[in-house]
Design a protein around this ligand. Structure first.
Ligand code: ZN
Length: 483
């Protein structure tokens, strides 16, 4: 692991440190150091090159944590929370601040990782999760709270006495990032009243379910992700029409539609879009038979199901359109499916795969993983790729080396569990399902800041992307841009 350090201010001892991987930019873990103490922002797992080299030692927390007073979490993607168990193993026992929805999702997301990646049994998993849950302090969006000083208020409200004691206070505020449920960008007020913002991952504009992120008013130092700093996404607003076309066409010849999807974010958006299509067909009565209403929608992913329930539970975080639909007496409610069939245990799953393979009856199956690199989708693909009536909809980026990428590139044969499978299914690539802000969204976020930042730090993106985005920023803003 390597640590990079930048001094934020010429006079004050404020530093930004990045505890990152040797080879990659994944595994988000930043430290804000103020004089002798520090706070961490995220503690994520490495992906790509670093995770492959030596999976155990690479996870060890090899930087000093004695002076760390708190951990702030932007959201629950595994590249932002995955190293939490290792942080605890290194002796961390300070408060973990995050939004309420993130607090609810952390155990769900980590439980899965601890089980699948580390093979821990139920007792071992619950011991770790209990320790983490004890440290979590769930906070409200949009409220400043003090995280430093002896009398840290237990409620997330500002204690006026603490506010005046500047040396004993560090104010932070979580704001909606529109990326996944509970996601936030974090504003931190430094002791000299300057503000540093950690963007976490920002969501794209116009997605269903979550509102778009609103720029902070005043920022002195901005630490921003640039995953898609060089790309423009396809229009989100037309994606449900594109999905409808594919589904209509594939349903004409029967067979199963397989949608590989990530459990958090993508799955809920796809379910939302499918639900809107059913609603649309009921309202317009475009289909003579009511096949949309009869069509089984199968969610075969226990993790995605748990996450979807949290999306329903935290309705107050939905955007206006979604909330209006939910309150409408005439429309079907988003995410509350009459037609959704969920598959719990593995026996049920195997039975369903066999049934669909032998009958070829129409159904939509949503299952993880999103790039076909594991998870229950693999059994469906193994059984159904050889059928000409099967359709596979790839809704998202497919990384090089994954089965999803091979299918996207039109391979005639693929290997699943060492079995050579002939691909007779039709494979469709659907864009418009990214959870990340694109170049325009990122620029809009920065432009929306009334007082331009003095320094902008670009993180979480390929070096080439960061370089290009830096040029773009330098042409528009007076800020110092640091890659
Ligand atoms: Zn993320």
């Amino acid at each position: 692991m390597t640590t990079r350090m930048y001094q934020l201010h010429d006079e004050y001892q404020y530093f930004l440190l990045h505890h990152g991987g040797k080879n990659t930019v994944t595994g988000s873990c930043h430290e804000l150091r103020i004089d002798q103490y520090g706070i961490l922002i995220d503690c994520g797992l490495f992906q790509g090159k670093d995770s492959a080299s030596d999976p155990v030692t690479v996870l060890n927390i090899d930087f000093d944590i004695q002076h760390i007073e708190a951990l702030l979490i932007t959201h629950t993607h595994i590249d932002h929370i995955g190293r939490l168990p290792w942080l605890l193993a290194a002796g961390f026992d300070k408060p973990i601040y995050c939004t309420k929805a993130t607090a609810a999702l952390i155990p769900i997301m980590l439980e899965d990782g601890l089980k699948l990646q580390l093979g821990l049994n139920k007792k071992q998993r619950s011991l770790i999760l209990e320790r983490i849950e004890r440290l979590i302090v769930p906070v409200e969006y949009g409220e400043w709270g003090n995280i430093k000083g002896k009398e840290v208020p237990s409620s997330w409200s500002l204690d006026k006495k603490q506010k005046s004691k500047k040396s004993h206070s560090l104010l932070v505020r979580f704001q909606p990032a529109g990326h996944i449920l509970g996601s936030a960008y974090i504003e931190v007020k430094l002791p000299n009243d300057e503000i540093i913002v950690f963007s976490g991952d920002l969501g794209p504009s116009n997605t269903p379910l979550l509102p778009d992120p609103i720029s902070p008013k005043s920022v002195d130092y901005l630490v921003i992700e640039t995953t898609y700093g060089n790309k423009q996404h396809d229009d989100v607003s037309t994606r449900s029409q594109r999905l409808e076309k594919i589904v209509q066409k594939s349903l004409q010849d029967g067979g199963v539609i397989l949608i590989p999807a990530f459990s958090v974010g993508r799955t809920q958006e796809i379910l939302f879009d499918i639900e809107r299509l059913i609603e649309h067909s009921i309202q317009t009565k475009t289909t003579s038979d009511d096949f949309w209403q009869q069509l089984p929608i199968i969610l075969d992913s226990p993790l995605a199901l748990k996450v979807t329930k949290e999306y329903e539970r935290f309705k107050q975080l939905w955007n206006d359109e979604c909330t209006a639909l939910d309150k409408s007496k005439n429309a079907r409610h988003p995410l509350s499916f009459d037609q959704l069939i969920t598959v719990d245990n593995h026996k049920e799953h195997t039975r369903l795969v066999n049934r669909l393979a032998s009958t070829n009856e129409p159904a939509i199956v949503v299952a993880a993983s999103g790039m076909c690199s594991g998870g229950r989708i693999m059994n469906y693909l193994q059984a159904l790729l050889p059928h000409t009536q099967t359709d596979v909809i790839l809704a998202g980026f497919q990384a090089y080396g994954t089965l999803g990428r091979e299918l996207q590139e039109g391979e005639n044969h693929v290997y699943i569990s060492n079995e050579k499978i002939k691909v007779e299914a039709e494979v469709h690539s659907m864009s418009g399902y990214s959870a990340h802000a694109d170049q325009t969204d990122l620029l809009r976020f920065i432009e929306g800041i009334e007082k331009s930042p003095k320094k902008i730090f670009l993180i979480h993106g390929e070096p080439e992307v960061k370089g290009k985005f830096k040029e773009l920023l330098k042409a528009r803003f007076t800020s110092d841009v640091i890659v």
